[in-house]
Design a protein around this ligand. Structure first.
Ligand code: AMP
Ligand code: GLY
Length: 419
């Protein structure tokens, strides 16, 4: 079968890599792809958000399946468009992807169905938002409603900070249309965890839980980024905890979406806060996490194509999904300056010597060289029986890769080895 993957980051490289191992796959395409994906798939220069271009390409090439991996095309309705064109597509339709693309929608859904999350209110009027800020306890979390590359949430520890955040979104249009509505919510204390599941809208198949590291610098300092590294397991969870996440949060959400006529088919990503009062939802995403996918997919034993088809055909209950018992660590190497200003076009060396998985994000091929082409450049994933050995292996391999001004965190997973 021929498959087109939509997207261009490390997550997409991990997905293409997992698909490439399937005996069922003939040709792989990725649009737009990157310098690393190009060694496994034919990269096609179509923007991930170009619905017309992507649908035309899929139709003309006669691909059997389209895997929509990133958030923007899902929110824009790429899966709907493919289906209208008679092409099988993996990922939620736009109505279901709203769980990620509108925080106001997902918060309201959680409230209506009793799914535990931080208390909140939604505003599009400046004065109302400002008066809420005056009367609610600090810290407060101010979030843009729409998609903002993981950078649309601000934790305000003073009223001045909260007022500034509200003003910059509602008045200064800091996140454009995504910030024309803001969600202001209660601050939750606890450890963060990523729980991703495959779902066909009814059956739910959990993946091993993961932990992202969002801040740019060691010790969780610096600005929020798309993610600087991930580990599996994200938490040494007991059977009872895992059951609680499914029974209290994931299944009720999947059922709620079906009840709302927004059946969710694809990968549901739940970011949890493990608070002293129990697990609470920080947010939902409608796709694999990045970098979490790069730590989780290498542990998947079952053919990803089998899972994808079972999700699309709504028969996920018929297949057994198996995982390797290894633990994993993924360390992201970024361009110096990310997530703010950075330079592109630096040559990357040492890749041939690496004895671990390397997933490219912002890279580009330039004749026989690979050069940097984005903020997050690539990531190294290592597996081992114990997390601490996976961490050591990932860092040993990271040390072999060089490019000018490279930046990576040196403490990925260090709080979580559980030993
Ligand atoms: P989000 O864009 O909703 O994923 O938020 C980005 C980051 O802000 C999260 O990964 C958390 O670290 C933090 N955050 C978001 N909401 C809350 C909250 N209600 N309480 C504490 N931290 C939060
Ligand atoms: N790692 C966070 C995300 O994918 O949204």
């Amino acid at each position: 079968m021929d498959i087109l993957v939509v997207g261009s980051g490390g997550r997409e490289h991990a997905i293409v890599w997992a698909l490439s191992k399937s005996p069922r796959v003939n040709r792989l395409y990725c649009a737009p792809g990157n310098g690393g994906i190009a060694s496994l798939a034919q990269c096609v220069d179509i923007a991930a958000t170009d619905l017309d271009g992507m649908t035309d390409f899929a139709r003309e090439t006669g691909v059997d399946l389209v895997f929509v991996a990133s958030d923007d095309p899902l929110a824009l309705g790429m899966v709907d468009r493919m289906e209208e064109a008679g092409i099988r597509a993996f990922g939620p339709r736009a109505q279901a992807a709203a769980l990620e693309s509108s925080k106001a929608f997902s918060k309201d859904l959680m409230k209506r169905y009793g799914i535990p999350t931080a208390a909140y209110a939604v505003f599009s009027q400046l004065e109302e938002a400002l008066s809420y800020v005056e009367t609610h306890p600090l810290p407060l979390v101010v979030k843009a409603d729409g998609l903002a590359l993981g950078k649309g949430a601000l934790i305000a520890r003073t009223r001045d900070e909260a007022r500034d955040a509200v003003r910059s979104m509602l008045e200064g249009h800091a996140f454009g249309a995504a910030g024309a509505t803001v969600v202001i919510e209660e601050y939750m204390e606890g450890d963060e965890l990523t729980v991703m599941v495959f779902t066909d809208g009814e059956t739910v198949v959990p993946m091993p839980c993961a932990r992202d590291h969002k801040r740019a610098f060691d010790g969780d300092k610096g600005l929020n980024t798309g993610g600087m590294g991930a580990i599996v397991p994200g938490h040494r969870a007991t059977e009872a905890e895992r059951k609680e996440w499914m029974d209290l949060i994931i299944r009720p959400t999947v059922d709620a979406m079906r009840a709302e006529g927004r059946r969710f088919q694809g990968v549901l990503y739940c970011e949890l806060m493990l608070t002293p009062l129990g697990p609470r939802v920080i947010e939902f995403n409608a796709r694999f996490g990045d970098p979490e996918a790069q730590a989780v997919l290498p542990l998947l034993r079952t053919d990803l194509v089998e899972i994808v088809e079972a999700v699309i055909d709504r028969r996920l209950n018929e297949i057994a999904v198996e995982w390797d018992s290894s633990e994993s660590c993924c360390v992201v190497m970024a361009s110096g300056g990310y997530p703010e200003k950075y330079q592109k076009g630096y040559e990357i060396t040492g890749l041939d010597e690496v004895e671990a998985l390397v997933f490219h994000a912002g890279t580009r091929r330039e004749s026989d060289r690979i050069v940097t082409n984005g903020g997050r450049v690539l990531a190294v994933t290592a597996l081992a029986e114990h997390l601490e050995d996976a961490i050591a292996a990932a860092y040993r391999e990271v040390a072999k890769i060089h490019f000018r001004d490279r930046h990576f965190r040196t403490d990925i997973g260090h709080r979580s080895t559980g030993r």
